[in-house]
Design a protein around this ligand. Structure first.
Ligand SMILES: *[C@@H]1O[C@H](CO)[C@@H](O)[C@H](O)[C@H]1NC(C)=O
Ligand SMILES: *[C@@H]1O[C@H](CO)[C@@H](O)[C@H](O)[C@H]1NC(C)=O
Ligand SMILES: *[C@@H]1O[C@H](CO)[C@@H](O)[C@H](O)[C@H]1NC(C)=O
Ligand SMILES: *[C@@H]1O[C@H](CO)[C@@H](O)[C@H](O)[C@H]1NC(C)=O
Ligand SMILES: *[C@@H]1O[C@H](CO)[C@@H](O)[C@H](O)[C@H]1NC(C)=O
Ligand SMILES: *[C@@H]1O[C@H](CO)[C@@H](O)[C@H](O)[C@H]1NC(C)=O
Ligand SMILES: *[C@@H]1O[C@H](CO)[C@@H](O)[C@H](O)[C@H]1NC(C)=O
Ligand SMILES: *[C@@H]1O[C@H](CO)[C@@H](O)[C@H](O)[C@H]1NC(C)=O
Length: 592
């Protein structure tokens, strides 16, 4: 061994070398479907996406293509350049490889607001082997709020389409939260709660995200039996599809929130009544939380998981957030360690290989309570490598950089981007483009993946495409060039005005650089009238007006392109929103 090698070994051991650490403890989190199943799932996806053209792709999945567990895909032209041969290390890797080819060889595009899939014929040729790879074991997707802001009323075709989008964008670690209330209902009924007590607990479907987090109950409820039945069968389909594509779905676990009726059944249980949440009173909020160290917590937690695994199978990764937007009763580190140990034990008592996925939102939401000793204590209650923390809002308020990379626990760098399902144009492209690479190079980095954790989706598709793509890049992209190429493939048109419009948007409304900025739409257009509205924006409105003008000029020749029509309306909406702000300020100033 040379001196340099020795030095490298020592540094690696200390975790000082740039690049994320490998965690043996996470090795079992991987695609379980056979290569054949995954191959078939990708072929079906491509048929849905491309119809007949899909026959010109020869796709297969070969798990051995990757020797280190990191996804990779190889593409080459075959059979006299009449077909494209795709081999992926997983279904997701193959789909991501195909989408890369569609984007960068065919100038095609798939999004929430329409597709542009005019594939050139014959298929553009690949010289040699095109190899697409990622340094990230996990590409995570969703937020516990996404259900309530975006997906609650989705049927199977809409879910199918979303799972296709995930695969194309390389997502392999999605939340799969649908249908959990059906299991809770069964469990609580078995324990002895009656229908009245359940009806006073569950909210209506649209509010379930906050019911699950313990913020809200009964509001908009009760849940009809038909809801439970349909959600259960939907979840079975969702899981089957995710797994067949080689994804690792994350299932829910017990957080400690219980129906009031639990106190009737177990009067000695250590249950705390929470304070009212948001603007609700205790008729609909003030949930009851079971102390994690109470034996009843273990009992309910393991009963739930047992049933969950029985109904849904398991990929050994479970999400729960015990103190989401609410303070623990004590900030004593010893207490916090015992709490997370108890939560983790409730998982391992059923699944010895359980890994706990935790949203790191609490640390961002309440930094007054969660100081480094408290964070460290909570994380240390779980054996190293047996939890994954989502650095949920890392593009704006990262946590890894003041917690020595979560004190050794693996983490996923997530872009949150969207609050409240707001639909205005927004992005922090510079932070998104640099953050993941900084996280990787951070001394002692425990980064194991990148993620997308928006509260609501179906807005700003460019930002999500960029974020998903960065997991497959070794360094930051040139945003100016990226924006121009995005315009090209989104509309299937190379007119320079389109590229210019997108460069203007990327340099303004998509380039928020205000530290710790949370984007809530502040336009007077969407707020109650008041003379005290905060209307600051982070960009020069003239850039958006200019982009608007450019799009309008090209409009006559692009009116039949769905994606263009969508963006023209969207940018017009943004411009009208800006004009409203301008008028509001004028009105307010002349009134005062
Ligand atoms: C899968 O990939 C490995 C490694 O590249 C190779 O040795 C093997 O032949 C491949 N299997 C198939 C069925 O192509
Ligand atoms: C459920 O139990 C509560 C408390 O004992 C009782 O007030 C209520 O009437 C019961 N409801 C039903 C449907 O039995
Ligand atoms: C209930 O739990 C709290 C901590 O959450 C603890 O301070 C209290 O002593 C416990 N009460 C009982 C009766 O065990
Ligand atoms: C709680 O709020 C609801 C409506 O949100 C209202 O009908 C009810 O009177 C309130 N209860 C109390 C005790 O204030
Ligand atoms: C962590 O990164 C954020 C965003 O770049 C920055 O605002 C913050 O000051 C950093 N914290 C530390 C302790 O370096
Ligand atoms: C990005 O690309 C543009 C256009 O090709 C070029 O002018 C610019 O210098 C590049 N920026 C960086 C940081 O390399
Ligand atoms: C975003 O703004 C910063 C600061 O003004 C600037 O340095 C950067 O080049 C801008 N990025 C883009 C993509 O225009
Ligand atoms: C781009 O579109 C504009 C507006 O329709 C048109 O004037 C211009 O000629 C187009 N440029 C090219 C290269 O087609």
């Amino acid at each position: 061994m040379t001196r340099a090698q020795v030095c490298f070994v020592v540094l690696s051991f200390l975790g000082l070398v740039s690049g994320s650490r490998e965690f043996e403890t996470l090795a079992h989190l991987r695609a379980k479907s056979s290569d054949e199943t995954q191959t078939r799932a990708v072929l079906e996806l491509m048929k849905r996406l491309l119809g007949e053209t899909s026959r010109e792709f020869v796709v297969s999945v070969n798990g051995s293509l990757s020797s280190d567990g990191l996804d990779v895909c190889e593409l080459r032209s075959g059979r006299d350049h009449k077909v494209v041969v795709v081999v992926g290390s997983s279904g997701v890797a193959a789909a991501a490889g195909v989408y890369h080819y569609l984007k960068y060889y065919c100038s095609c595009h798939v999004s929430w607001s329409g597709d542009q899939l005019r594939v050139p014929r014959p298929l553009p040729r690949i010289t040699g082997v095109l190899r697409i790879s990622t340094q990230h074991r996990f590409r995570y997707y969703q937020n516990v709020c996404t259900q309530s802001y975006s997906t609650v009323w989705w049927d199977w075709p809409r879910w199918q389409r979303e799972i296709d989008w995930m695969a194309l964008n390389g997502i392999n670690l999605p939340l799969a939260f649908t249908g959990q209330e059906a299991l809770w209902q069964k469990l609580y009924t078995t324990l002895g709660l009656n229908q009245t007590e359940l009806d006073e607990f569950f909210t209506g479907p649209a509010f379930l995200a906050w019911n699950r987090m313990g913020n809200l109950f009964k509001w908009g409820g009760p849940l009809p039996q038909s809801w439970h039945t349909k959600q259960l069968s939907l979840q079975v389909k969702i899981l089957e599809r995710m797994r067949s594509l080689g994804m690792i779905p994350v299932l829910p676990a017990f957080s400690g929130i219980v129906p009031h009726g639990i106190m009737r059944l177990f009067p000695k249980a250590n249950v705390t009544k929470l304070k009212p949440w948001s603007h609700f009173n205790c008729t609909y909020s003030c949930a009851y939380v079971l102390e994690p160290r109470d034996p009843l917590f273990q009992r309910i937690g393991s009963l739930f998981l047992l049933q969950l695994v029985k109904e849904f199978g398991s990929d050994h990764i479970y999400n729960t957030d015990t103190f989401n937007e609410m303070n623990p009763p004590s900030s004593d580190p010893a207490y916090l360690t015992s709490v997370s140990r108890a939560v983790f034990n409730s998982m391992t008592s059923v699944d010895p290989q359980a890994v706990w996925l935790m949203q790191g939102w609490l640390f961002v939401n309440n930094p007054e309570f969660w100081k480094p000793p408290q964070i460290k204590a909570l994380l240390n209650g779980v054996p190293q490598g047996r939890m994954i923390v989502l650095d949920l809002f890392a593009e704006s308020m990262p946590v890894f950089n003041f917690t020595q990379s979560f004190y050794g626990q693996p983490f996923i760098w997530c872009m949150l981007h969207n609050f409240g399902g707001n639909s205005g144009l927004f992005g922090a492209v510079e932070r998104v483009n640099s953050g993941p690479f900084e996280a990787q190079k951070f001394p002692g980095s425990t980064l194991v993946g990148l993620g997308i954790a928006p509260e609501g989706i179906e807005q700003n598709p460019a930002i999500y495409e960029l974020m998903a793509e960065l997991a497959w890049h070794e360094e930051a992209v040139n945003l100016t060039e990226w924006a121009a190429l995005y315009a090209w493939r989104r509309y299937g048109n190379t007119n320079e005005s389109l590229a210019l419009a997108w460069r203007l948007l990327f340099g303004s409304v998509y380039n928020c650089t205000i530290p710790a900025y949370k984007n809530h739409n502040r336009s007077p257009m969407v707020h109650r009238p008041s003379l005290k509205m905060q209307t600051d924006i982070w960009y020069n409105p003239r850039d958006v007006y200019e982009a608007w003008k450019l799009l309008l000029e090209v409009a006559p020749s692009l009116r039949s392109v769905d994606t263009f029509r969508y963006d023209l309306v969207d940018v017009t909406r943004q411009a009208v929103q800006l004009l409203t702000t301008q008028f509001y300020i004028e009105i307010r100033d002349s009134f005062q």
